[in-house]
Design a protein around this ligand. Structure first.
Ligand code: C5J
Length: 223
């Protein structure tokens, strides 16, 4: 398959769909639906839901081309032995990881709230990475999965822009992957962090990667 070109900042990104994966970070009910972990921290989850529709368009385009698709989920074992006490206690939330919520225990694997939203639900054969941290490479097998599949470029969507998206992009960049983050397919509870989180990726000639959007991505993938 010939290389494709995506309009992006700070400059266009050339990619081969065969060596490119779509990585959708933590589009879980716990972050984007009410009653979940995000809301328990005092956040308005509705702002994140704007990323769902554009991400679905990119997902459909990638699926059509049989590109690799990776979904990640942040969460912990039911006994919470993989959750650092510092993470559980930080922020003194009224409800903590592992506590009961309206979608099951907060951020616990196997619970309804931990799963991916129906609109973006993984198809059979798509990779699902369960991660205990913010970065998708920390304590997971994401790196060997990408390397063994010949992946060099990551198209990144998901939540939240300044936390799990930024952490994952930085981890990926240090491992030699080219990342392009689609600005309308990522979301933050804080508009100012959305702006800053994207600006710091593309600054200094793309110090961590590229920033583009769903229209550019779909156009490039479908070209
Ligand atoms: C957070 C995430 N914000 N997926 N997780 O705790 O960004």
């Amino acid at each position: 398959m010939a290389n494709k070109v995506m309009t992006a900042e700070p400059y266009s990104l050339e990619f081969d769909p065969k060596s490119t994966a779509l990585v959708i970070i933590d589009m879980q009910r716990d972050f984007v639906e009410s009653g979940g972990f995000g809301e328990s921290l005092g956040n308005d989850v509705s702002i994140l839901r704007k990323a769902i529709a554009p991400t679905k368009r990119v997902l459909d385009a990638c699926r059509k081309l049989k590109m690799m698709v990776v979904h990640t989920r942040e969460g912990h074992r039911p006994d919470l032995t993989d959750c650092p006490p510092s993470k559980m206690e930080r922020g003194q939330p009224k409800r903590r990881i592992g506590d009961d919520g309206s979608m099951g225990r907060l951020l616990v694997r196997g619970e309804k709230g931990h799963d991916i939203v129906p609109e973006l639900y993984p198809n059979p054969g798509e990779v699902v990475i369960d991660k205990p941290g913010k970065g998708a490479f920390y304590a997971t097998d994401l790196e060997p999965i990408l390397r063994n599949s010949g992946i060099k470029t990551l198209i990144v969507c998901g939540v939240t822009t300044e936390v799990c998206v930024n952490t994952t992009v930085r981890e990926a960049n240090d491992r030699g992957f080219n990342c392009v983050v689609l600005e309308d397919c990522v979301g933050s509870y804080f508009p100012e962090f959305q702006q800053a989180g994207l600006a710091m990726i593309k600054a200094q000639g793309g110090i961590f990667g590229w920033v583009s959007n769903s229209d550019n991505a779909v156009k490039a993938i479908a070209a």
